[in-house]
Design a binder for this molecule. Sequence first.
Ligand code: NAP
Ligand code: ZN
Ligand code: ZN
Length: 347
Amino acid sequence: MTQAKGYAAQSPTTDLAPWTFERREVGPHDVQFEILFCGVCHSDLHQIKNEWFPGIFPMVPGHEIVGRVTQVGSHVKKFKAGDLAGTGCLVDSCRVCDSCKEGLEQYCENGATGTYNSYEKDGKTPTYGGYSNNIVVHEDFVLHMPETLNLAATAPLLCAGITTYSPLRHWKVGKGHKLAVLGLGGLGHMAVKFGVAFGAEVTVLSTSPKKEEDAKKLGAHKFVVTSDAEQVKAVKGYFDFILDTVSAEHDFGLYLSLLKRDGTHICVGAPSEPNKIPAFSLLMGRKSVGGSGIGGLPETQEMLDFCAEHNIVSDIEMIDIKDIHAAYDRMVKGDVRYRFVIDMATL
Ligand code: NAP
Ligand code: ZN
Ligand code: ZN
């Protein structure tokens, strides 16, 4: 076993605090890497607070993990010591179901293994995430991080990046489309960057008037404050797609009214409470509501390579790990500019 240290929540009502634990020995197909940076996703907060389902405690969150390889197993072909490496939300899956065979491991029909708050395939060994100093992962679930980009700013690509890239690709959003990005946080700001890179006209729908200047800097063409009735009226029936990144309950009737006929509202945000969708908001205009979960390994590597080619990274605010709760407090208030990343040297 390898000793690891990190920050863990011992229960859903306790703060994260330093904790030591063990990682498995490096197996023949495993890659071990030193974690240099880890992004802070709103899903970390949902999970340590049991907002989705009863979690597995102690919980070490973090699934936007980047670092440098320290050791590889004897059969590992894709990595060697010293390489940059990254791991996102998944560390294993069954590899044999239809979804796995299609490279959509996130939809594994036998249940994918999450990077934390999950169990290994033995059904009893908990997984621990990236708010820690090292990790051991099967090479199939380790990504090659671009050498040419700021490493800390690439960490959020492993969740916020792929979670927005994947649905935009799946629904073929691009030139000639009007895309609304609902909520300008970690996911939202990456959605703006990808939407613009794919050639769509991008509008940010936000509750925060003060984010307008940032939205334009990120490349958005328009900005709508959703509490301003006049601004909202101006975009009724306007969008082909809404990419919804909102982390809390919100009014679907309002947002569906902004779609054109045959428009699609894509949910990637994951509020703890079920959303209410008025039937008339769908049937008047033949509208659809869909959803998308993170992304599979091949598409995640494709996204990283696309980012390297197009010089796309996340806009980050680096924090010390001891300040994680202050960062969560700001996240809940919508005050994220636009992803916190933990400098793991501060552990
Ligand atoms: P985040 O950085 O906190 O951003 C969420 C944004 O939503 C906020 O900045 C805010 O933007 C807006 N918002 C918050 N509360 C709102 C409300 N009550 N009404 C309207 N807008 C509100 O969070 P994130 O890390 O991007 O994650 C967003 C959500 O996606 C979370 O629920 C997370 O768990 C989920 N997620 C899902 C997947 C997936 O696989 N589908 C992957 C990762 C994360 P404005 O200030 O612009 O209004
Ligand atoms: Zn995430
Ligand atoms: Zn599978």
